[in-house]
Design a protein around this ligand. Structure first.
Ligand SMILES: [Zn+2]
Length: 362
């Protein structure tokens, strides 16, 4: 990240967003110092770069009220979308059934019409037959009576088939109305679902635009080496504080505390050792079997151990992480969590030591 808005106040071509970012950093500096614990009189020596690193990390890890609001709205919209999705599915089922009912009703209607038509033809034939039988000479009373019975039966059948045809037609109309209602309802709930989806997409874009955490973290990372140099030049033990029992430099306390809290939320309990005095570093060089205290490279020790005066532990800027009482390794869940998330809190791993995390990775 090369853009450092607050560091170049004389650049007129800067965008409005960048000016706002710079403004936000200055405005919240006091709040940040209070949060990070760097504002008390004992640490007046904390250099400006360290204060700026704290401020950048504070802003990286503290969403704006607008961001929080938008995220809340988005969560509500996502919940609404789930409900609306269920409504669409249910409306689609109802519409599918309604369409099937129309198909069935169309068949039944056609069948009833056919039977009604057949009955009318039968009645016409029976009447013709009665006329023929009645005109036959010599007349047969038995044949006429039989033909009359057929006419009576056929007339009854026509009445029955007509009633059935009317019922089938009414059922078809009802099914068609239901189907239209189901289609209208499906269109309505689908439109509501689409509106919510569009609103979610808009808010997702808005949320991304409102999220400057990566930018702030990158700016902090870009100055972390200067922070180390400046702190080394004027360090006193008054510049340290404890976070969950771990002593660290006040300028990294806020970010470190947040990292421990968020890891815990993610099911990873982190602990460890941060600050150690130069004398403790000297003792460590002896314990770790370094060929000598002051010149042999760290890698020549049984456990890699920095030359006294050069370890970031001596300034509370490095922490050896433990989890569940053990120093973490590359196979630890804690290491995996840190690899995925620590950069967000300004911490980088020293590749040769899975447990060692600092603001520069040194
Ligand atoms: Zn270490």
């Amino acid at each position: 990240m090369t853009t450092r808005p607050h560091a170049r106040p004389d650049r007129p071509q800067r965008t409005r967003t960048r000016r706002q970012l710079a403004g936000a950093i200055s405005a919240a500096l006091v709040a940040c110092m209070a949060v990070a614990g760097v504002a008390d009189s004992a640490s007046a020596q904390v250099p400006g770069t360290a204060t700026r690193w704290s401020s950048l990390m504070y802003h990286s890890l503290t969403p704006t009220p607008q961001y929080v609001r938008t995220r809340k709205v988005l969560a509500a919209q996502r919940a609404a979308l789930v409900v609306q999705g269920r409504r669409v599915a249910s409306a689609r089922t109802v519409q599918g059934s309604a369409l099937a009912a129309v198909t069935t009703a169309v068949s039944l209607d056609a069948y009833a019409r056919t039977r009604y038509a057949v009955a009318r033809e039968d009645l016409a034939s029976a009447r013709n037959r009665l006329v023929v039988v009645s005109q036959q000479r010599p007349s047969s009373a038995v044949a006429v009576a039989r033909a009359k019975n057929v006419v009576t039966a056929s007339a009854k059948s026509v009445v029955l088939r007509r009633t059935q045809a009317h019922s089938a037609a009414a059922a078809l109309r009802t099914a068609q109305v239901s189907s239209r209602t189901a289609t209208v309802n499906l269109d309505r709930v689908t439109a509501a679902w689409q509106r919510t989806s569009a609103a979610i997409r808009t808010n997702q874009r808005r949320l991304i635009a409102l999220d400057h955490s990566a930018e702030y973290a990158a700016q902090a990372a870009a100055i972390s080496r200067s922070v180390v140099t400046d702190i080394q030049a004027r360090f006193t033990t008054a510049d340290t504080t404890t976070v969950n029992g771990i002593t660290v430099h006040k300028s990294v306390a806020f970010a470190f505390r947040r990292m421990l809290a968020d890891a815990k939320t993610g099911g990873i309990v982190l602990s460890g050792g941060g600050y150690r005095t130069k004398q403790q570093q000297i003792e460590l060089r002896k314990i770790n079997g370094c060929p000598d205290v002051w010149t042999a490279p760290p890698s020549s020790c049984r456990v890699p151990t920095a030359i006294p005066g050069t370890s970031l532990h001596e300034f509370g800027l490095a922490i050896d992480i433990t989890s569940g009482g053990s120093t973490i390794t590359r196979d630890s869940d804690a290491f995996r969590w840190l690899s995925a998330h620590a950069a967000r809190y300004g911490f980088v791993n020293l590749p040769s030591e899975a447990w060692h995390w600092s603001i520069t990775g040194a």
